[in-house]
Design a protein around this ligand. Structure first.
Ligand SMILES: [Zn+2]
Length: 286
């Protein structure tokens, strides 16, 4: 989960106390504040951006101004597979919310990490027959190197949204999907995350190829053109944490990651992954 610095827009701040804001309006404010991605699985939302109130699965038609702190964006998959219909405020602290708590970072103690793993993918039929093959998917995992409290909350968060799909059995490491759900693609998050991983790896490979070109060796600044293109690709694809993970594992070049995934180009302010929380990333300490 990308850590979020969810800045309240001035127009929201100016609402009188107790004012209720229509959900559609709040939705647009959230898109500006944190970008067009599910705040939990990081899938790109496109036209399907939907507001999420942390205390309830279903959105009311409007939200009180005071509830800004409870608002994030959620995709249809995360909402559909949520394991709780409602939470009480005292239970919010049992989870990691990307706008309020430590979330993904590249540090060794990040509560979440992303890994590509082979897994048996089993399509089940009502008559009990099973069709099995092996696939590779990118899973979001609790990082064993994080502190105990963070590990507990990270596990709760993965479970609350079933971030590795409702068909994944962690204890047996197997995906079992009823055929009708498989055909309807009722959960697309593992696939999207894995696609981002593949594209990130291809992008790293292009950076390496480019560095071999004599023209680029003579003029290393040319590589920045490719960096800008990768920013566009990652922005259009989503799953920022996956891109960060792959680029860090493969290149471990802080300045390159910063340029591609963290910088806001001055000539195009809407282009960056809006609302990324630099403090939570502890970027300076990396
Ligand atoms: Zn989602």
């Amino acid at each position: 989960m990308r850590p979020l610095d969810k800045q309240m827009p001035p127009v929201w701040e100016a609402y009188p106390d107790g004012q209720r804001v229509p959900t559609g309006v709040a939705n647009n404010h959230l898109l500006d504040a944190v970008g067009e991605y599910c705040s939990y699985c990081e899938m790109r939302l496109g036209g399907g951006a939907i507001l999420h109130h942390k205390l309830q699965r279903e959105m009311p038609e409007s939200v009180p101004k005071e509830d800004w702190r409870h608002l994030l964006l959620i995709c249809y998959d995360c909402r559909r597979h949520m394991t709780e219909d409602a939470l009480t405020p005292d239970r919010l602290d049992d989870y990691l919310w990307p706008d309020a708590h430590p979330s993904f970072s590249l540090h060794a103690d990040s509560p979440f990490r992303y890994r590509l793993k082979p897994v048996p993918y089993v399509i089940t039929d009502e008559d009990g027959s099973r069709e099995e093959h092996d696939e590779e998917f990118v899973f979001v995992e609790v990082n064993p190197e994080a502190g105990a409290e963070l590990r507990r909350k990270a596990a709760n968060t993965i479970e609350l949204f079933k971030l590795n799909s409702p068909y994944y059995d962690d204890s047996r490491h197997i995906l079992e999907v009823p055929r009708s759900d498989h055909l309807q693609v009722l959960c697309n998050r593992l696939q999207q995350r894995t696609q981002a991983w593949t594209r990130a790896q291809a992008s790293v490979s292009r950076v390496r190829q480019m560095r071999e070109l004599p023209e680029v060796r003579e003029n290393p600044d040319l590589e920045q053109l490719l960096h800008q293109q990768i920013t566009h690709t990652a922005h259009g694809k989503g799953n920022w944490s996956v891109w960060m993970t792959v680029f860090w594992q493969e290149l471990e070049e802080k300045d390159v990651l910063e340029r591609i995934f963290l910088e806001m180009p001055e000539d195009n302010p809407g282009f960056h992954f809006a609302g990324t929380h630099f403090g939570q990333l502890r970027w300076e300490a990396l």
